[in-house]
Write a protein that binds this ligand. Sequence first.
Ligand code: UDP
Ligand code: LCN
Length: 790
Amino acid sequence: MWGIRYVSKGRRLMKNPQLMEELDKSMDDKVEKTKLMEGFLGYIIGSTQEAAVLPPLVAFAVRVQPGIWEFVKVHSEDLSVEEITPSEYLKCKETIFNEKWARDVNSLEVDFGAFNQSTPLITLPSSIGNGMQFISRFMSSRLNEHSESLRPLLDYLLKLNHRGQKLMINETLSTVNKLQTALLLAEVFVGGLPKNTPFQKFEHRFEEWGLVKGWGDTAGTVKDSLNYLSEVLQAPDPVNMEKFFARVPCIFNIVIFSPHGYFGQADVLGLPDTGGQVVYILDQVKAFEEELLQRIKQQGLSFKPRILVVTRLIPEAKGTKCNQELEPILNTNHSHILRVPFMTGSSVLREWVSRFDIYPYLDRYAQDAAAKIVDILEGKPDLIIGNYTDGNLVASLVASNLGVTQGTIAHALEKTKYEDSDVKWKELDPKYHFSCQFTADMISMNAADFIITSTYQEIAGSKDKVGQYESHYAFTLPKLCRFATGINVFDPKFNIASPGADQSIYFPFTQKQKRLSSFRPAIEELLYSKTDNDEHMGYLEDRNKPIVFSMARLDTVKNITGLVEWYGKNKKLRQLVNLVVVAGFFDASKSKDREEISEIKKMHSLIDKYQMKGQMRWIAAQTDRARNGELYRCIADTGGAFVQPALYEAFGLTVIEAMNCGLPTFATNQGGPAEIIVDGVSGFHINPAKGDEASSKMAEFFETCRDDKSYWNKISTAGLQRIYECYTWKIYATKVLNMGSVYGFWRQLIMDEKNIKHKYLQLFYNVHYRKLVKAVPLAFDEAQQAPQPL
Ligand code: UDP
Ligand code: LCN
């Protein structure tokens, strides 16, 4: 009966809630329904994420556990079940959108999984995101295989150098046996020295054994490093392997790509496309530099590290420094922003271009950037890290061109933000150019040596929700390309390294002596003055009420307008608290960003509709991070809360900023914040699809706080504890630099396989991706000639 019901409306794509609802409607008999749900078919339907209905068949994409998928075809009449491949499932799905293409045996199908022959996959969903540990284990067994297995490690060490200066060992140690003997002699020797003896004191002695700089700065550290390697050579094990690679002097220069947006250190935040990614990278650079300096010193070396953040030079910089080629990064000594322009033919593109429209510029940009980088660094970098689709693609091109280890960071993968954006790519393409974006994502995910993610959910989601990367396992862009395997979340390249918030800016409101009281008058004006101006509109009549606060770019997905509406509709909440939101600006005619324009208009209409004057303050985007830190703390002073209402949030830096300031936080359960906050303990989850429920939860919280004064402090303290345990930049930098080192060796070990995949990716890039890019119109600068095609 239910089978018939599914097919009765003809071809369509159904999601789980729809499947369950129709099942419910089709079965009056509760006993029969329970029986069905307990059986095999019930299990299939319950775990199905999506079903392609092609009467009389229904093809199900069943998610057994995070990352584990099965695909089956069920006949609606006899309910017979047949297992099918991901490719067959995708063809069923395509049939709904483009039958001719689905049936065409020559349609383009890509299976990146076919290339992972010698790299084993993780098998336990609970181990997803722990790739480095897994690789260390696998490397150990690889090096254990037979007498010659250790040779690649020796070769790797023999090649180790920085700008021509040999490190750790020299060419005299040409066999593993010789190396082992040298280590033995050296270990006995340093064991006899006081631990703090400087390396220089016994450097000559070491050279006699073929050992050179890089083992450590003192006898103590040198002895440990020697011992880790001796242990690895004796019987490779993952623990010593990781410890050894954390010591290997192989990373001095890092390049970080983030081409899009306004990338600057001041006056850029809150502009379209310029949000957390910029904050993340600037904080990341500081953390990397500190960690590199500490490591280089510990290695007994005197090289200076260099970090370049490579972004786009925008001549029309709107008062920011985005038109400056080289800018030192504040609070660092060896890090710079390098800006390379987008070229159209021989002229420079002068204006900001939306991240969705920049594909035509990236190929040329990668070449120009690579040349500049090599010039400035006087050689190749040791590690290249990309950010977001554009940065990751450029990172892949440059890393493959220079032969450098590559890591990628998504921040957010666009595919999961818009329902069915893959199968409906054609409809969305004029606005978003997803055909280019998803294809570029596939190229860089597959090219990368390792992938850095902020949370587990980003990779593999949760019990009920598909992860961002997981949604790229098998997907299709009908009439363009079928990805029979896009990326597998069990690939050990996936690692979780969560970012932190700059704790010199975001510190608890209770640290009175550190508070930035000089900002108080400006913040007082920002929150409470009664007149409207360019920076704020609306006012707060009763300043004794706590403030519910939010801050984000004015994008649809951030759902600031959603929060305004929830507040507007909830009388109780309006009685208990005021609402303050920092987002975008007020004049839609001044924005060039499609989404921002529509959100600005919506915001005005909601304020009118719910008559919020006197209870709500709308503040324009704030670009001063130090002042924002104090702003969070001033909100905490009112006994308020922070709300992150996004429809989907990849990670959510504002969540950890607010928590670092001791502000109780309500955050979306869709995405990263669900993992950051333990609901009811270190903050609260809210469901953005259920606004009434979310606003009631907030009202309940403030009622409880009114009746029990300790409750607010309890949540505030638990939030801080959560941050200190899991979300700091120090933990992040240690992990990521270790990844650079471990995967740097791993890529050497599997070089043959890497080369084959690399050739395939190159072909795919040249033959397929470039064609898609040609369909993206070039941004046109009025001030210059019509641009030449690239
Ligand atoms: N931000 C800001 N001013 C604004 C809006 C946002 O300084 O008007 C900052 C915010 O403090 C955070 C970052 O921009 O550091 C936004 O990061 P998040 O991860 O929350 O979101 P994203 O914008 O990256 O999607
Ligand atoms: C992009 C996003 O959308 C946020 O969720 C992240 O916090 C930010 O980048 C930094 O990774």
